[in-house]
Design a protein around this ligand. Structure first.
Ligand SMILES: NC(=O)c1ccc[n+]([C@@H]2O[C@H](COP(=O)([O-])OP(=O)(O)OC[C@H]3O[C@@H](n4cnc5c(N)ncnc54)[C@H](O)[C@@H]3O)[C@@H](O)[C@H]2O)c1
Length: 335
């Protein structure tokens, strides 16, 4: 039984607590938050879980094997380092840190003292994203021309990070997982409309090679909640709509073909193909349960988790480069 302490019981922390409480091989021992009302809420749901306003009660508790961090990103490194110094395994929410240097320090410590370090890139554990990866790897879509992701809604405005750090980590992790490599360079434009210091609308373009680009549009200022990714290939096109409760993935047998033979320019015309739309069946499970079970198994079997520190670092590298690009008027930043 892996004994768990969770730091941060705001919006997301209770989801971690619920799953660790339900997983057979983990025991939720203690939860910490600075806000006593959040702790009362946890106590009301789980009377067996001890609560504290001082995270050090978790870090210094020798009966706790592993911690999960669901606090604002600028606190992640401190909690992770202090926990690993006490030999505890660490699950840290995305993005794993607020700088590449912090993420590297976390990885170095986990590797030198043998602690498991896993990052909460939840979408890499969803049935939909795994299915898309399978479809892309099978070659069904052909050569990938571009990926376009939109993550838009009204709010929630964050006080410490901008919209790119808040919303783009999901799409960055999905795109890197699907494409299987890091971009060569990126460019990002972001603008601030409500708080002059914090960008609330942004577009990030990642260039993987001459023929493959990915765009991520993120906004806290959109009337619609949109979670949509379009993948356009030389053979077929795929749309992933995460808002859809059931039919999340549609594969369009559509494309444009250039005629192989033509004698005069007048004979030349593109052929547009409008074929079937297929909705593949995907499994129905809670990705967070799969993700946290994987964390427990990685500890038990001393295995490197799929979304380990190095996986999380790739995302932080892109976020830091995107911030550099925003701060410099959208300049290209090489990764
Ligand atoms: N994987 C996902 O799908 C997903 C979804 C939402 C949020 N997240 C991530 O989870 C993390 C938390 O996000 P949130 O939306 O829950 O934020 P939140 O602001 O709702 O909650 C953060 C909590 O941390 C507490 N906290 C801050 N400093 C603390 C300290 N020193 N000691 C103890 N508690 C402290 C706050 O009181 C608050 O209750 C972020 O990294 C976010 O990106 C991940």
């Amino acid at each position: 039984m892996i004994k768990i302490g969770v730091i941060g019981c705001g919006y997301w922390g209770p989801n971690l607590i619920r799953n660790f409480h339900q997983i057979d091989r983990s025991e939720m021992v203690m939860a910490a938050d600075l806000d006593k009302d959040r702790l009362k809420y946890i106590e009301s749901l789980y009377p067996s879980i001890k609560t504290t306003i001082d995270y050090r009660d978790i870090i210094n508790n020798s009966g706790i094997d592993a911690i999960a961090i669901a606090t604002p990103v600028n606190t992640h490194k401190k909690f992770a380092i202090e926990a690993m110094e006490q030999g505890k395994h660490v699950f840290v929410e995305k993005p794993m840190a607020s700088s590449v240097a912090d993420a590297e320090a976390m990885i170095d410590l986990s590797e030198s003292n043998g602690c498991c370090l896993m990052v909460g890139h939840t979408f890499e554990y969803t049935a939909a994203v795994r299915k898309i990866k399978e479809i892309m790897d099978s070659g069904e879509l052909g050569d990938i021309y571009y990926i376009s992701a939109q993550r838009l809604n009204l709010g929630l405005f964050q006080q410490d990070i901008n919209v790119v750090w808040d919303l783009a980590p999901h799409d960055i992790s999905i795109i890197l997982y699907l494409i299987g490599k890091e971009p060569e360079y990126l460019t990002t434009i972001g603008t601030s409309h409500i708080n002059p210091r914090i960008q609330d609308v942004a577009t990030l373009t990642m260039v993987f090679d001459a023929n493959l680009i990915a765009f991520i549009q993120c906004s806290w200022l959109d009337p619609n909640k949109v979670r949509k990714t379009t993948i356009v290939g030389s053979k077929k096109m795929l749309v992933y709509d995460d808002i859809e409760p059931n039919n999340k993935i549609s594969i369009f047998d559509q494309g444009v073909e250039v005629p192989s033979h033509y004698n005069t320019f007048a004979e030349f015309h593109y052929a547009y193909r409008y074929g079937d739309i297929v909705i593949p069946k995907i499994d129905n499970y809670e990705p967070l349960k799969v993700e946290l079970t994987h964390f427990i198994e990685s500890i038990e079997q001393k295995k490197t988790p799929k979304t380990d520190g190095r996986n999380g670092l790739r995302v932080v590298k892109i976020l830091e480069a995107a911030q550099d690009s925003i701060d410099n008027g959208g300049k290209s930043v090489f990764i």
